[in-house]
Design a protein around this ligand. Structure first.
Ligand SMILES: Cc1cc2nc3c(=O)[nH]c(=O)nc-3n(C[C@H](O)[C@H](O)[C@H](O)COP(=O)(O)O)c2cc1C
Length: 151
């Protein structure tokens, strides 16, 4: 077991799961699907990453519930997300929630993810080839440079 865990929620096209699994092939991170993580002991991890698709401009509700129900998390975290639009603004509400629980967010990584929600379905979706290998490589760089350096 390493120092870094990532809890992820990926319910639309497994985009976020693809991203974190690609990262885990190269980085020493332990992955947990949020829907299977409720009883997992995370206390020995030095830092926890939260990864999510974006649904109505926010991280998945299951992650909000998770942090509310886990009061013994390490006080350092990082965030990752995939979204159809690739907007940079989607981590803010989740970040505020963590900070209210005295958990610092040391960095945020995001990339696009294939999106067929709502009207996008009519045109076969947007951001079709994402996360791409390049998106995953940038995620690996983020872990190596931003996260590992701050443990
Ligand atoms: C219900 C729903 C709402 C979404 N809302 C947004 C949104 O507000 N902004 C955006 O850029 N993408 C939005 N998306 C697209 C997803 O964020 C994108 O496809 C993401 O990569 C999904 O990740 P996942 O496959 O890991 O669940 C939405 C998708 C769904 C299903």
């Amino acid at each position: 077991m390493g120092n870094i865990a990532i809890i992820y929620a990926s319910v639309h096209h497994n985009n976020t799961k693809k991203l974190v699994e690609g990262i885990a092939l190269k980085c020493d991170v332990d992955l947990f699907d949020v829907f299977e993580a409720s009883n997992i002991d995370l206390t020995h991890y030095k830092i926890i990453g939260f990864a999510s698709g974006i649904y109505m401009s926010a991280f998945h509700k299951s992650l909000f519930d998770f942090i509310e129900n886990h009061t013994d998390l390490p006080n350092k975290s990082f965030l990752m997300y995939t979204s159809g639009s690739g907007s940079q603004k989607y981590a803010e509400t989740f970040k505020k929630q963590l900070e209210m629980q005295n958990i610092t967010v040391i960095g945020v990584y995001n990339c696009k993810g294939y999106d067929t929600y709502g009207v996008w379905k009519l045109i076969d979706g947007i951001s079709k080839k994402h996360p791409s290998q390049k998106d995953i490589s940038k995620g690996i760089d983020f872990i190596d440079k931003v996260v590992v350096g701050k443990i």
